[in-house]
Write a protein that binds this ligand. Structure first.
Ligand code: 2BA
Length: 109
């Protein structure tokens, strides 16, 4: 068994959770905050048998979009503070940052 941890944009979270339920996957949604943008995102925990993991990836990929987002860095990106002029930069966010962890044991009481 594996635990899939997927960080997705809030805009995609309802669609993804509906799709997971429809395809028969169990998932838990956690409200989270990205360290870089300091904006809300959603973290899914999905416990899944090893042989179905590619199905979960497929559902995540089909329901999470890549989006461009403008962000003004709060600290210099490598330069010194005296030469620092803040200006917005565009970053690509998503579709999903996905981690796969081995599960030693799963009990459901
Ligand atoms: P954030 O940390 O808010 O990052 C949002 C987006 O900003 C990232 O999109 C990436 O395009 C950019 N970004 C992040 N750190 C950067 C940096 N040091 N310099 C330049 N650009 C940077 P994604 O890669 O799609 O990540 C979306 C969210 O997924 C992240 O939100 C974070 O909450 C989570 N995440 C991504 N990689 C992670 C990791 N290795 N560990 C834990 N969480 C991660």
């Amino acid at each position: 068994m594996k635990l899939v941890i997927a960080v997705v944009q809030d805009k995609d979270s309802n669609r993804l959770s509906n799709a997971l339920v429809k395809e028969g996957f169990r998932a838990t949604k956690l409200a989270s905050t990205g360290g870089f943008l300091k904006a809300g995102n959603t973290t899914f925990m999905i416990g899944i048998e090893d042989e179905r993991i590619h199905e979960v990836f497929h559902v995540i990929k089909s329901n999470c979009k890549v989006r461009e987002q403008l962000v003004t860095p709060v600290s210099p990106m490598g330069g010194t503070t005296d030469s620092y002029i803040p200006f917005p930069v565009e970053v690509q966010v998503g579709g999903a940052a996905v981690f796969v962890l081995p599960v030693e044991r799963f009990e459901h009481f």
